[in-house]
Structure formats: C-alpha cells, structure tokens
Write a protein that binds this ligand. Structure first.
Ligand code: AMP
Ligand code: ZN
Length: 113
C-alpha cells in the first residue's frame, strides 16, 4: 500500500490543483506556507534516485518541471517560490513515493542553502 498511489487513484480524497497524463498535484494536508502543493508522478518511484535509474525517468522529471510551472501560474507565484524534494531517511522523506513540494505565496525566510 502506498498513500500517494491511493490518492492518485482517488481511493483517498485530496484537493487537486493540476493533473496531466504523468503527474498528479494536490494541496499538502499540513501546509508550510499559503501555497503548498505536492507534485507527484503518477507512476510509483520510491525517490529521486529511483527516477534516475528508470528508463522513463526523464519523461517523468520533465512532466514534474512542466507541472511546477503550471502551478506557479495557477497560484500566482510570479515573484518566486521554492521546490523541495526530501530524499530518504536523512533527507526527512516520510512518504516513500517521490514528490516535490512547491511552496510559496509569501516571502520565504529560513534557508539552509
Ligand atoms: P515528505 O516529508 O517530504 O515525505 O512529505 C510528505 C508530505 O505529505 C508532508 O508534507 C505531509 O503533510 C503530506 N501528506 C501526508 N498525507 C497527506 C494527505 N493525505 N494529503 C495531502 N498531503 C499529505
Ligand atoms: Zn506510490
């Protein structure tokens, strides 16, 4: 069982922001900023390393970039935003289906790099 696979399949409800044939994007249930959208490939990959080693990984990463651009437009993030991917245990990943956080809608503070 994978939480995000269930969300993509509509078995668990979510607030959809954008969808195409390769990605599903929905509001994070515990938002860290006024805009906090998760961009999730429709195919299950555990994390970004898993995408890198897949034959069709580049297609999915391209779709992720396209979705980020679309979300920025839909949510009025013209002044900027952050895209965050937590990878693996040390990276603080809690849902083991790769996803990218799009965070914005406010002047973002605290940076670690
Ligand atoms: P990460 O810690 O990078 O793996 O991110 C997982 C994210 O999934 C967290 O920001 C959670 O708030 C979010 N999340 C967990 N369950 C749900 C859910 N049912 N719907 C939307 N977002 C969720
Ligand atoms: Zn999954």
């Amino acid at each position: 069982m994978c939480l995000f696979c269930d969300i993509i399949e509509g078995k668990i409800p979510s607030t959809k922001v954008y969808e195409d044939d390769k990605v599903f994007c929905f509001n994070d249930i515990n938002p860290a900023a006024p805009v906090h959208v998760l961009v999730v490939p429709k195919k299950h990959f555990d994390d970004i390393r898993d995408i890198a080693s897949a034959e069709d990984g580049a297609e999915y990463l391209g779709a992720v970039a396209g979705a980020v651009d679309k979300i920025a437009e839909l949510k009025g993030l013209g002044k900027g935003f952050r895209v965050i991917n937590n990878c693996g245990e040390d990276g603080g990943q809690t849902v083991m289906h790769v996803h990218f956080h799009v965070v914005g809608g406010v002047k973002l503070g605290e940076k670690i790099l």
